[in-house]
Design a protein around this ligand. Structure first.
Ligand SMILES: N[C@@H](CCC(=O)N[C@@H](CS)C(=O)NCC(=O)O)C(=O)O
Length: 208
């Protein structure tokens, strides 16, 4: 059985959705990032980086959302979380997964934790982060104008990660009014069965 350490609507949301897609049994362990539970001794023993997601199964403990999504795609090929290795779509899906993890996500991390960049210049860091995010939103807007999802016309794991991260626009009141393709992508994704299931659970857990 899988065990996912997560915080409602953090980037771990993508892994939660992917687990739903596999149809495999899993249990959820909530980590309260707001009260610093990620720095507890018990959690640091799981992930010394003090971050979610962490996925445990068999005798493996895996961190890094992108790596976890890839590993799930290998363990459950029937869930089609990634295009098959022989598919021409594979490269695009990999490119998008790494782009989201290494470029888009860090821009939002600057907004969540400006003090980690410069404690004495939080406002400047936040405004730089917003600039970076706007640039990436323009890039994604163009891309989602050419294809329905990250790697074409089918949903894969990078789309789950993109959904998890773009949801934060609402949190930070970043308007999407000039990004109709992104809005369409989010609306499409939120209609999917695996997303609706994970969403309902995380909403409930957030309120608990
Ligand atoms: N590179 C990591 C980043 C993970 C990450 O930033 N997780 C955030 C939630 S979205 C977190 O746990 N933040 C708590 C903290 O950094 O203290 C990944 O892709 O999994």
């Amino acid at each position: 059985m899988y065990a996912l350490y997560y915080q409602p609507f953090a980037c771990s949301y993508a892994v939660h959705i992917a687990l739903e897609k596999t149809g495999q049994p899993f249990e959820l362990h909530k980590v309260n990032l707001r009260n610093g539970e990620q720095q507890s001794e018990a959690f640091l023993a799981l992930n010394p980086q003090g971050q979610v997601p962490v996925l445990q199964y068999a005798d493996e403990t895996l961190t890094q959302a992108g790596a976890i999504l890839l590993r799930l795609s290998e363990r459950h090929p029937e869930a089609a979380l990634m295009p098959e290795p022989s598919s021409p779509l594979r490269s695009t899906a990999l490119q998008m997964l790494f782009y989201i993890s290494s470029t888009l996500h860090p821009a939002f991390s600057m907004l969540f934790y400006p003090e980690r960049i410069a404690a004495s210049a939080r406002d400047e860091v936040k405004s730089k982060a917003l600039e970076k995010i706007q640039l990436q939103l323009s890039h994604l807007e163009r891309r989602l104008g050419q294809h329905t999802y990250c790697a074409g016309e089918q949903v894969f794991a990078p789309d789950y990660l993109l959904l998890a991260i773009l949801n934060w626009c609402r949190l930070f009141q970043i308007s999407l009014s000039s990004f109709p393709n992104i809005k369409r992508f989010l609306a499409d994704m939120n209609e999917r069965a695996e997303v609706k299931k994970a969403l309902a659970t995380e909403l409930q857990e957030m309120a608990a």
